[in-house]
Design a protein around this ligand. Structure first.
Ligand code: FEC
Length: 309
């Protein structure tokens, strides 16, 4: 055993090539293979954005490196980061096994998504904790960091920048649309904090950016028969256009990186609808390795480890 604290940094995961999409999609669907139509449809979305490079892979690597550097700055040789992905290799369980192989007995788990839902972050953490128990690692998890001052500052700056761009183009009035990945409506019966956390982040960022004309809306809902949380951003944009707005500022605050749900669902799909509606859509830059996001993660990890160990 050693004194190093393992940090399991968990992210969604992405295929690494077009021929891995089927395996990835099957994993997302909990072992149920997609129909040929579903597979073709998802492959088309990837083809439209990735050009052979799946950006989430590289983005996650950079975020994990950035977090390791931040942790080392304050406390060299105290923490070691490992990746664990939800739907691709190295899977969450692989990351925990790698820690155990290095002799680690204490670990903090954190997800590269700021808001907690039992169906999102909760599912990552459950898998991590089960594997940790199996290999004898004491694990504590960061559930959310959606109000961390550095996170709010980084998002606020991004909303201000996008707002300025729209104003420079003389687009007004502008509606700010905060968004996050939709989830099945049944989370409401579970008393899930997801919606409230998203509203709390939105409110603070809008206040900081001085953009009081905002609304929260959902995006990227699954294509299943059960009802998903709405309204969807595409419908919301229609209402916004009908109400006389000329600009939409898209702030997908539920995500921290450029990937399919942003590069396709916002930059291609929502942009197309915006054009049809006569709206100018400007999206905020994603957080990526913004030093304030890296500090948010590092600080959350340090706090969790202090409390637990
Ligand atoms: O760029 C990439 O390769 C990956 C982009 C990606 C991110 C992402 C984040 C979240 N998801 C969340 C929930 C669900 C639920 C289902 C679901 C399905 C998909 C499919 C693809 C996909 N998700 Fe995802 N998600 C990304 C990609 N997601 C592809 C499958 C095709 C489709 O429906 O579009 C429905 C599963 C089911 O059928 O039962 C639920 C949540 C997040 C944000 C938090 C996080 O990052 O973990 C929540 C990035």
């Amino acid at each position: 055993a050693n004194n190093l604290i393992g940090v399991l940094v968990m992210s969604y995961g992405t295929p690494e090539s077009m021929d891995q999409i089927e395996e990835y999609y099957t994993h997302i669907r909990r072992g149920h293979a997609p129909t040929p139509e579903q597979l073709a449809e998802l492959s088309e979305r990837y083809e439209a954005v990735v050009g052979g490079v799946f950006p989430l892979r590289e983005n996650t690597n950079r975020q994990v490196e950035g977090l390791q550097a931040k942790l080392d700055e304050a406390a060299p040789n105290q923490f070691r980061c490992y990746q664990g992905l939800k739907h691709a290799r190295p899977y969450i369980e692989d990351g925990v096994a790698a820690m155990a192989a290095d002799g680690i007995t204490q670990a903090v788990a954190i997800v590269l998504a700021p808001h907690y839902s039992i169906m999102s972050v909760g599912a990552y953490v459950k898998r991590a904790e089960e594997k940790a128990k199996e290999v004898g690692i004491t694990m504590t998890a960061v559930d959310s960091y959606h109000l961390h001052p550095q996170l709010i500052e980084a998002l606020t700056e991004r909303v201000k920048n996008a707002h300025n761009k729209l104003q420079e183009k003389d687009v007004h009035p502008i509606k700010v649309l905060f968004s996050a990945h939709s989830l099945p409506e049944k989370i409401r019966e579970m008393n899930d904090p997801y919606e409230q956390q998203l509203l709390d982040t939105s409110k603070l960022v809008a206040e900081g950016a001085g953009t009081p004309d905002w609304q929260f809306t959902w995006q990227s809902a699954g294509r299943t028969r059960e009802p998903w949380l709405g309204p969807d951003i595409l419908d919301t944009m229609k209402e916004v256009a009908e109400a006389g707005y000329k600009g939409v500022l898209s702030a997908p605050i539920g995500f921290v990186s450029e990937h399919l749900e942003v590069l396709y669902d916002i930059d291609i799909e929502a942009q197309k609808v915006a054009r049809e509606l006569g709206l100018t859509l400007e999206r905020i830059d994603m957080l990526g390795t913004d030093p304030r996001y890296m500090e948010t993660l590092a600080d959350s990890v340090r706090e969790a480890s202090k409390t637990a160990f």
